[in-house]
Design a protein around this ligand. Structure first.
Ligand SMILES: [Zn+2]
Ligand SMILES: [Zn+2]
Ligand SMILES: [Zn+2]
Length: 144
């Protein structure tokens, strides 16, 4: 049973399912995240939720990441960027180095190659991550 605060937000449902409370602040932050289909930085979310403290925004983003409803990745300079996790299945991302737009992709070939490498790696592989940096179609078009 959902509480009276039941919501159709996947982000809020996910934290509630893990026993966290849906607060009005978390609701506002989740709304800002869900309005960012191309990914976001913590600072961008801070800018969209006036009146909510930065530390609160950062903690909420960390929480959403912990419950695996948002993906965390890094730009080439290491700056963290996030995107709503669209499926939950193992996937990778392309990130536009111009505007930061994030897209998911899956490639069974990559997974097979990484599996094949496992035999040559010292120790047990526990996971991997991969980001492919691109110039997105929008940025390509605006460069013309
Ligand atoms: Zn993702
Ligand atoms: Zn772009
Ligand atoms: Zn993979």
């Amino acid at each position: 049973m959902r509480s009276a605060l039941a919501t159709d937000s996947d982000l809020l449902n996910a934290i509630e399912d893990r026993g966290y409370r849906i607060t009005s602040t978390r609701r506002v932050i989740a709304g800002a995240i869900e309005e960012s289909p191309d990914g976001f930085t913590a600072e961008q979310i801070c800018g969209r939720v006036p009146g909510v403290g930065r530390a609160t925004v950062y903690r909420a983003i960390k929480l959403f990441h912990e419950v695996e409803v948002i993906c965390k990745m890094a730009l080439p300079d290491g700056a963290p960027r996030y995107a709503v996790d669209t499926g939950g299945r193992h996937h990778h991302h392309t990130i536009c180095t111009g505007c930061g737009a994030v897209q998911d992709f899956r490639a069974s070939t990559i997974e097979r190659v990484l599996k094949a490498i496992e035999a040559d790696v010292d120790g047990q592989i526990t996971g991997h991550r991969m980001e492919i940096y691109v110039t997105c179609q929008t940025c390509l078009a605006s460069a013309d």
